[in-house]
Structure formats: C-alpha cells, structure tokens
Design a protein around this ligand. Sequence first.
Ligand code: ACO
Ligand code: PYR
Length: 537
Amino acid sequence: MGSGAVKERLYLFDTTLRDGQQTAGVDFSVEEKTKLATLLAAMGVDYVEGGFPGANPTDTAFFAEAHDLGSTKLTAFGMTKRAGRSASNDPVLQGVLSAKADAFCFVAKSWDYHVEFALGVTLDENLASIRETVTLAVQNGREVMIDCEHFFDGYKANPEYALDCARAAHEAGARWVVLCDTNGGTLPNEVSRIVGEVAARIPGSHLGIHAHDDTGCAVANSLAAVQAGVRQIQGTLNGLGERCGNANLISLIPTLKLKPHFAETFEIGISEEGLRGITALSRQLDEMLNRNADRHAPYVGTNAFATKAGIHASAILKDPRTYEHVAPATVGNRRRLLVSDQGGKSNLLAELERVGIPLGKDDPAVSRLLDTVKERETAGYAYEGAQASFELLARRTLGDVPSFFEVESFRTSVELRHNAQGELATVCEAVVKVSVRGESLMSVAEGIGPVNALDLALRKDLGGYQPFIRDLRLVDYKVRILDGGTEAVTRVLIESSDESGETWTTIGVSPNIIDASFQALIDSVTYKLLKSGAPAP
Ligand SMILES: CC(=O)SCCNC(=O)CCNC(=O)[C@H](O)C(C)(C)COP(=O)(O)OP(=O)(O)OC[C@H]1O[C@@H](n2cnc3c(N)ncnc32)[C@H](O)[C@@H]1OP(=O)(O)O
Ligand SMILES: CC(=O)C(=O)O
C-alpha cells in the first residue's frame, strides 16, 4: 500500500485487568486497576477490560464507580446466561449488566465438546444462550462483544457449529466476535487458514483474536489473524494471563507501529509519543507486581538494544542500523554497548564516553584497560552488570580515583549465643579499621548477617567523608557461585542508591564470599564519594 493510501483501523483491546488477573501470583487491587486503566487509556488502547463484576469483591467495587477513560471504552467481562433460565433472570448476567462500563464482553462456548461436556447443555441451548445474552446486552444500550472460547479447537472438531456460535453472536448485534485460542495450542498456519475461512462468512471488521501463549506463538498468531482479516487484537501488558499468558501488547504495539507491512496498512490508536512511553509502562507494571522486569523482553527489555560482541559494537558505532531492527528511542529504550571479554575497543570507548571519559581509539590507556577487563573477566568479574565498578576501574587505570580511605583491616564473626532475653540467637558482628588522611578509625557494628554488619561498620565512621555518604543505601545483594565445588569462586553484585534516585552496581570476586562482598562494598562507597564530589585527601 502506498504511503498516501487510507489505512484500515485496527482496534486494541487490553485484558491485563481480567485475563492478566488470572495469572498465577497476580492480584490487582481496585487502586492498581484504576491506575493501570488510566495509563492504558493515556497510551491510546481502544478497550480496557477491567474484570468480571459480580465474580469477586475487587471487580465489583471497580465497576461500582465510574472511570473517566476518555475515548477508551471500559469493558466489563461476563459469561453468557446459564441454560434453563431467561437472560433477565440470570443473577450473574444481571451483575455484569449493572456495571458502570461502556462495553460488555461475554465468554461463550463454541466447541461442541465443551458445550456438551463442560456446560452439560445441548448445542441448541448454548446457541440460544448466546443469542439471548447479546440481545439483552444490546438492549441495555452498550457495545457488546463475544469471546468465542476455544474457537480454533472447536472449529477443528466441528467447523459448522463453531461458525454457528460466531454467527449467532454477530446476528444478535455483537459489535465484535472474538476468536479465542483458549488453550493456546494453535499454530500460525492454522490461525491464518481458519480466520480466512471465518472472514469469508462474517466481515473481518467485526472479528477479533484472543491468543494464549502456550506454544510461544500468541504474538505471531495475533499478527497472522490480522493478516487473515481480523480487526481487533486482544492482549495484555507484558503478556500476563492464564497459564503461559496472552499475546503481549508490549511486543505487538511497536510491531504494528514500526514494521512497514503493518504500519502502512493499519492505523492504531497509539501515537508516536504513546509508543515512546511503552518501555516505561512495561516497567511500571513490573514494579506494581514487585517483580524483576524481563531483561530480554522484545523492544523494552534492558538488553533489547544491548550489544556485547565487539564486532557488533564496532559496526553499531558506524551506523546503529547494522545491528538494530528499530531505533531504541522510538520505544523509549536505549542502546547499551557492554564492556566484557566479548568486546573490543569499540565497546569500551562507547561506555567510557557514556561515563564522561572520552578517549581516542589509539590511546594506550584503552589497550591497557581492555587487557585488564579481559583478565579480570577471566577471573570471574562481569562488568556488563556492574557499570560503577567498571567506571572506577577505568578511572583507576587513568590514575583518576583519589585514595579517599584505606582499609587497614576488617573482621567479622557469626556467633550463636544467648541474648539479653536468655534466648539462643545468631549474632553477627564486624570490626573495620580504616585510615583517612593518616588518621586511623575503628568501627564496630552488629548486623542481621555478616555482610550487613560489615557494611554498617564500614559506613559508620569515614571521618570527614561521612557527610558525603549519609544518604547511601544498599538496595540489592546478589551472590553467584562460579565453577562450583570446593575451589569455587564467588561473585557478588551490590546495587546501591542515594537520595538523588540514582542506582549503581558494583562487583567483588573472591574465593571467599565475605571478601568478595567487602570489595563490592568498598567500590560502592568509593563511587558514591566520587560522584558526590568529595575532595581528595
Ligand atoms: C477462558 C477464560 O478465561 S473465561 C474466564 C474465566 N475466568 C474466571 O472464571 C474468573 C471468574 N470466575 C469466577 O469467579 C467464578 O467461576 C464465577 C463467579 C464466574 C462462577 O462461580 P460458581 O458459580 O461457583 O461456578 P464455578 O466457578 O464452580 O464453575 C463455573 C460455572 O460456569 C459455567 N460456565 C462456564 N462458562 C460458561 C458460559 N460461557 N456460559 C454460561 N455458563 C458458563 C460452568 O459450566 C460452571 O457451572 P457448573 O458448575 O454448573 O457446570
Ligand atoms: C475468553 C478467554 O479468556 C479465552 O478464551 O481464553
């Protein structure tokens, strides 16, 4: 399609707050649902499915209040009426219809086996439930859609019946008939064929896709469905959802916006600015769920544009398109050229420039530093995840790091003994002796573990440098045993932070875990002194 041609509208339906809530370990509060719905609306998705009013107190409370989502339609989920009672006499359906929502989405069975076995009703009774539910909801004055559960499995078993269910919904006035790959076992070639056959009978402008990720194909299946005719995609942020999750909107949206095949044919409601916010949105959700973001997530992971190999880095510096399929800034992410034993001078120079040490490729300090990095990585260091320690190593190579303090000795002990209450308890103590400007300072501290005690003792008294480390906090501590066995080497990574909100990671490596931890602590304190502009002794 030429750039001047009119594009077809493709609608995005987010079900993070409904199918996403069916993820093991995920439980949104009303406040979190409200916040996510607002963020999704601000990004420009067309529908936000908020939950199943009547099914649980959170969803009922969420739909008891009106939510102003602008042009985004807040959708309440429900199920078709039960057989054997009229739609107006079904309390579950009535609970959904009384929700403060702009649209309704009802799940309906469309696999004959499920109708007879799971629902225990006849095929005709199920069709009547679909028709009556849609008719009553349409009379209620809101937009209505039907999720045809197990549509693809149903179509493979009994195509005419699956189609009858879809047709019943469409003819009763459903705006959308959504074809669901509920068990997530369908592959892209099957989705293409089946959607193509359905779109020959029901206009694609009324069809949607809801794909689960049990074969890792939910995104591919959604794209295949669009190519075969559907015009609504259902999915979730970060691919949350029942079992292996749903189609990941955080991957789909950039693909639809940036890949010419889709971008030149379809219009979605997400602006370029909205697209630039997608990395932040993905990470906000992980923060809310108190879990680590997937570093390898397409488009938005911290590694999505991270390059370790020297050959790649050298070419990226000449033109990023050599190894990047899209520009990281378009999705609000950033390029990272990592320093490691897989890298060459190009990685090193890029990282040095980022931390404000511009050196020329021919500077002998660069070769010296590269040799040191490779030697240390062979010994167990991994600078790609410890950028503060890398900066210190680089500055030390250039003679640029003052010796703020020197460690004269440290000692730590773990003891099981009776405490003041007469109870047996483990007590950890540390003693650290440092010399600052020729003055010897000794500090003692107790901690919840030996490393905690060492950290507290080290930071207790650094003489005149104390004000510079007042707001230093350790936020994460990770230990990795390399090579295993009794000869094992321990790698410790410590993440620190301060009131400015900056976080930095430092590394220590030693056969002894306490020694490795202490190295990482020293680097953290030194980095903090350096960044705070503490004067040289
Ligand atoms: C594929 C999907 O993701 S669909 C969405 C699934 N999500 C959820 O189930 C989460 C919310 N669900 C719930 O809180 C509860 O299941 C409720 C409140 C809906 C129902 O609770 P209960 O009445 O205790 O029923 P229960 O959960 O044991 O079983 C579900 C019932 O719904 C019936 N049912 C399932 N799908 C449909 C449908 N499309 N139309 C009508 N009835 C249906 C089942 O046959 C079963 O009834 P039965 O036990 O009489 O056979
Ligand atoms: C409706 C739904 O979530 C499904 O069929 O997977």
